[in-house]
Each structure stands twice: as structure tokens, then as C-alpha cells.
Design a protein around this ligand. Structure first.
Ligand code: SP5
Ligand code: ZN
Length: 332
């Protein structure tokens, strides 16, 4: 399997996050990338390629130019003020930062723009390869993640929505489905495609009553305008096991099959693993192989994009288990 990776990811190394007013060590760290790389190397049958760089303007397909320019300016602390409302004015630098962010987990460091741009490049390069029809499955190995990023707001460790950029590119060729398997709701992807007819967004995630991002991911969010009926949220209770995940994934795949997509994009996180420090779910490593087999059975050309997963011991094996299910059966 061809893996398109983000070679410059490590220049984004957040020093901290802020959780309910407390400074805590970051979960989203460069060693996550190395852990995945090591497991794929050990599993075999993966080849690694760097993406060609993209022009910044390619981000403007889904992200506002002023937001992109703000990230490019460089280091900026966790905001204290989050402007909103009918008269919000963001002329002060103190309010500007909060305009472009929706939580306190997502610092902008000196290297954030470059690392996030490299991830977008990896996703768009992979989409281009999938569009060319030579591959049935591709994997984008990158960090920081992307599925929480909205048009003009970072959050949830995400800055540019890599998977959404890929889906948007592929949507030029036909209907696209996004199947988000990270344990957290892909609020950014939902937000970007909520009114779109040609892109079906489906997400399995922890019930937002109890799990981040809390404000989005409920079952009654089904799309708007021409996109009505093209967003499906399948929230799962805390501590869900394969018993709960399996029927939810089956329902997700049934909805996708009904759409009949030309391409599938899978924002994939291993943070539903039983050993993940923040997901709260109960999936063993082997279940990620089960998920991979179920997704593969759709038979749709698929682009897997790395999102979360924060236990450094199980992240790599879980990714390898999921992806290895897509390998062609080889004769032994
Ligand atoms: C891409 C992705 O997985 N983003 C997730 C962002 C979650 N941020 C919230 C982290 C909250 C950590 N709370 C720790 C509580 C430990 N019991
Ligand atoms: Zn997550």
C-alpha cells in the first residue's frame, strides 16, 4: 500500500494544552507519527512517499484566506476571548486569536502552519493519485490532525481539514462519502459539507453529551438545504465495545452503499481503543482489523487519513491492523 506522509510534521510540537483552566502536557505529539511509521514498517507491504508541495491557495477551496494568513503569521498563545454575536469586532489582537479557534487545546506554534500545510499537501496528493484510478486504497500519514478544523477555526488539535480537502477534490469526479472513524465527532468536516449534496458525511463517535467536542455530533444533525439527508451521525455511549460498534458501522456502511459513492474518504483515529487516554471506549486492537475488513467490503476506492489516537503503545498496531485489512490477498 502506498503511504503519502507529511515529512515536516515535527515542526508542530505543541508545548501544552489547557484543560478546564489547567495547563497539561499535550496528547498530540510528534512521537505519534513515529509510532505509526514503526508499526507499518514492521507489518510490511507499505511504501512511503513524500507529497509534492501545494500552493497555499489550494487551501482556499475550504478555508478562508484570512484564517490561513493568521496561521501563517506564527506563534500565538491559547486565546482568552472568543468573540461572537452580532456586533463582534476583532480589530484587537486579543480578540483576533479567539476568532480563529473554538477551544483551548489547540496552540498555534512557530511551526504549526508549515506542518499543517504539509498535511494538506499529503492529503491532496493522495486524492490526486486516487482520482487517477491506479490505486484502490491509499493512506495519509500525518499530524496534526484535521477533522475538527472548520472553514476559519482551528480546534481539537486540527488546523487544516486534510480529509475534507481530499473529499472536496474527489467530489469533482463524482459522489464522495466521508466515513469518520475517529472517536471524536468530525465537527469540522460536518460543518464544511453540511449543505453539500455531492458529499455524504457519516461519523461514528462518542456521544457528544459526554465526549469532546460536546457541541456537535448529535443524531438529529442531518444536513441543510441541498445537503439535507447527507449527514449521518451515529453517536455511541461511553465505554462502547465491539458489540456497539459493529452494528453502528454496519448502519454507516449501509447508508454509504445507498449513496453509491465513486470515492470514500476515511478520517481514521485509533482513539476508540480501550487503552486510549482520552477516548473512553473499549475496542481491542483486533477490532480495528474487523473495521478495516468491513470498510473494504464496500469495494469503493478509499483514502484513509490519519486523525487521532493517543496511546503510543497501541496507536501503531491499531493503524496497522486497520490498513492491513485492505491488502490484496497474497498467495503464500
Ligand atoms: C483529532 C482528535 O482526536 N482530537 C481530539 C481533541 C480532544 N481534545 C480534548 C482533550 C481532552 C482531554 N481530557 C483529558 C481527560 C482525561 N481523563
Ligand atoms: Zn479523536
Amino acid at each position: 500500500m502506498r503511504v503519502i506522509w507529511n515529512p515536516g510534521h515535527a515542526v508542530h510540537a505543541p508545548p501544552l494544552e489547557v484543560e478546564e483552566g489547567a495547563i497539561t502536557p499535550p496528547f498530540e505529539v510528534p512521537s505519534r507519527f513515529d509510532a505509526i511509521r514503526r508499526s507499518l514498517d514492521a507489518a510490511g507491504r507499505f511504501t512511503f512517499e513524500e507529497p509534492l508541495p501545494i500552493a497555499v491557495e489550494e487551501l482556499f477551496a475550504l478555508h478562508d484566506a484570512d484564517y490561513v494568513a493568521y496561521l501563517r503569521e506564527g506563534a500565538s498563545p491559547i486565546p482568552s476571548v472568543f468573540p461572537y454575536g452580532p456586533t463582534e469586532r476583532t480589530c484587537s489582537p486579543r480578540t483576533r486569536r479567539g476568532t480563529y479557534c473554538f477551544d483551548t487545546y489547540t496552540p498555534i506554534t512557530a511551526g504549526t502552519f508549515e506542518a499543517a500545510l504539509g498535511g494538506a499537501a499529503a492529503a491532496l496528493n493522495a486524492a490526486e493519485i486516487l482520482a487517477s484510478g491506479t490505486e484502490h486504497i491509499l493512506y495519509v500519514l500525518t499530524r496534526p490532525p484535521g477533522h475538527h478544523a472548520e472553514r476559519a477555526r482551528c480546534g481539537g488539535y486540527s488546523y487544516f481539514n486534510n480529509a475534507a480537502l481530499a473529499a472536496n477534490r474527489l467530489a469533482k469526479l463524482g459522489p464522495v462519502a466521508v466515513l469518520d472513524l475517529d472517536v471524536h465527532h468530525g465537527n469540522g468536516t460536518q460543518h464544511l459539507f453540511f449543505d453539500r449534496y455531492g458529499v455524504l458525511t457519516v461519523s461514528l463517535h462518542g456521544d457528544p453529551m459526554h465526549l469532546y467536542p460536546f457541541f456537535s455530533g448529535f443524531a438529529d444533525e442531518t444536513g441543510t438545504g441541498r445537503g439535507l439527508g447527507f449527514n449521518l451521525n451515529l453517536p455511541l455511549p461511553a465505554a462502547s465495545t465491539p458489540r456497539e460498534y459493529e452494528p453502528a458501522l454496519a448502519a454507516a456502511l449501509e447508508r454509504i452503499a445507498k449513496q453509491g459513492p465513486a470515492f470514500l474518504v476515511v478520517p481514521f483515529g485509533a482513539d476508540a481503543h480501550e487503552a486510549d487516554p482520552i477516548g473512553g471506549m473499549k475496542l481491542p486492537t483486533e477490532h480495528f482489523a474487523e473495521m478495516g475488513r468491513a470498510v473494504r467490503a464496500l469495494g469503493v476506492p478509499t483514502l484513509v487519513v490519519q486523525e487521532g489516537g493517543y496511546n503510543l503503545d497501541v496507536l501503531g498496531p491499531s493503524v496497522a491492523a486497520f490498513l492491513s485489512a485492505f491488502h490484496p490477498i497474497s498467495a503464500h
